[in-house]
Ligand binder design. Structure first.
Ligand code: ACO
Length: 271
C-alpha cells in the first residue's frame, strides 16, 4: 500500500504572494487526495493564488490517486471570489479588477484560462472528484463545487451564482456543468436571478447527489469514497470516459465506443 503522504501547501511560488494567501491545504493519503479551502475566517474566499494552487495540485497529482475530495473549513464551503478584487487596492500581490482591466482583453483572457486550469482537471477520467459542501457556495465557490463530478451537501447548503448580480459572468468553468446538470431553463433561472438554491431543491434538480445533516457530511464523503474504491480502477476510468462522452455522441457512436472500451478491458483481463 502506498505510504501515506501529507503535505501542506501555502503560498504561491509563481507570483511571490504571501504564504497564506492561496488559502489551500492539500493532503494525499494513498488513493485519496483532499483539498481543503482553509481561510474559514474569510469564508474561504478565493483569489488568483487559490486557483494557481489548485492548478498546481492538478499538475502534480500522484498517479495512484483515484478520488479527490474538495472541501471548505468552517461555516461556508466558499463565499466566492475575494471581494478585495473589486476594490482599487485589490489583493496584495495579485492586483484588482481595475488593474486587470488595464492589461487588455488578450492578457485578461489568458489570466482567466490560468484560473480555469485550477478547476478543469477535476473532471479527468482517472479520478472521481467529490465536493463536500456545507453552508454558502457562492460564485466561484458554486463553480468549484460544479467542477467536481459529485456533490455531497449538508442540509444548510446555499448555492448562489452571484456573478450576474455583480455585473460579471460565471467564468470559472461552471456554466457547462450547471446546464448539463439542471438544464438550460433552470440554469438561466438560477444565474440570471442570482437566487439561492437550498438543499431540497439542489437534490431535486440534480445539483446534489446526497443531502445529509451537517454533522454527517464527513462520514457521508468517507462512505462514498469507500464505494468508489470498491470497483476496479481501470474499469472505473474507462467507464467514466464513456459516460463523459455520452452526451456528445449518437446512440450508435456511443455503442461503438462501449465496444472499443470493452475490447480493451477484455484484453487486459484475459489476453
Ligand atoms: N471576500 C472576502 N472576504 C469575505 C468574503 C469574500 N467573498 N465573504 C466573506 N468575507 C469575510 C467578511 O468580510 C468577514 O470578514 P471580517 O470578519 O474581517 O469582517 C468574514 O469573511 C465573515 O463574513 P460574514 O459576512 O460576517 O459571515 P457570514 O457567515 O455572516 O456570511 C456570507 C457569509 C453570506 C458568505 C457573506 O460573507 C457574503 O455574502 N459574502 C460575500 C459573497 C459574495 O458576494 N461573493 C462574491 C461572489 S461572485 C464570484 O465569486 C465571482
Amino acid at each position: 500500500m502506498a505510504e501515506a503522504q501529507a503535505r501542506q501547501r501555502g503560498g504561491n511560488a509563481d507570483d511571490g504572494s504571501a504564504a497564506a494567501e492561496d488559502g489551500v491545504r492539500y493532503e494525499v493519503d494513498g488513493e485519496i487526495a483532499t483539498i481543503t479551502l482553509a481561510r474559514p475566517d474569510k469564508r474561504n474566499a478565493q483569489t488568483f493564488a487559490t486557483w494557481s494552487a489548485l492548478a498546481r495540485i492538478g499538475e502534480s497529482l500522484p498517479e495512484q490517486v483515484r478520488v479527490v475530495v474538495v472541501k471548505g473549513e468552517g461555516p461556508s464551503f466558499s463565499a466566492g471570489i475575494d471581494l478585495r478584487m473589486f476594490k482599487p487596492e485589490g489583493v496584495p500581490g495579485q492586483g484588482s479588477f481595475s488593474t486587470a482591466a488595464k492589461i487588455g482583453d488578450a492578457g485578461f483572457e489568458q489570466r482567466i484560462r490560468q484560473a480555469q486550469a485550477g478547476f478543469l482537471w477535476l473532471r479527468r477520467p482517472e479520478i472521481v472528484s467529490i465536493a463536500a459542501v456545507q453552508g454558502h457556495a457562492i460564485g466561484a465557490g458554486f463553480q468549484l463545487a460544479l467542477s467536481c463530478d459529485l456533490r455531497i451537501v449538508a442540509e444548510d447548503v446555499a448555492f448562489c451564482m452571484k456573478e450576474p448580480a455583480l455585473g460579471l459572468v460565471p467564468d470559472l468553468t461552471g456554466t457547462k456543468p450547471l446546464v448539463d446538470l439542471v438544464g438550460l431553463a433552470k440554469a438561466i433561472d438560477i444565474c440570471l436571478t442570482a437566487r439561492t438554491v437550498h438543499a431540497d431543491e439542489a437534490m431535486r434538480i440534480g445539483l446534489a447527489e446526497q443531502v445529509v445533516a451537517r454533522g454527517d457530511l464527513e462520514q457521508a464523503v468517507q462512505d462514498k469514497i469507500a464505494q468508489l474504491l470498491s470497483t476496479d480502477r481501470d474499469a472505473a476510468v474507462a467507464t467514466k470516459r464513456l459516460l463523459q462522452g455520452a452526451s456528445h455522441r449518437t446512440l450508435e457512436e456511443q455503442s461503438v465506443a462501449e465496444g472499443i472500451e470493452q475490447a480493451a478491458r477484455i484484453k487486459a483481463l484475459f489476453g
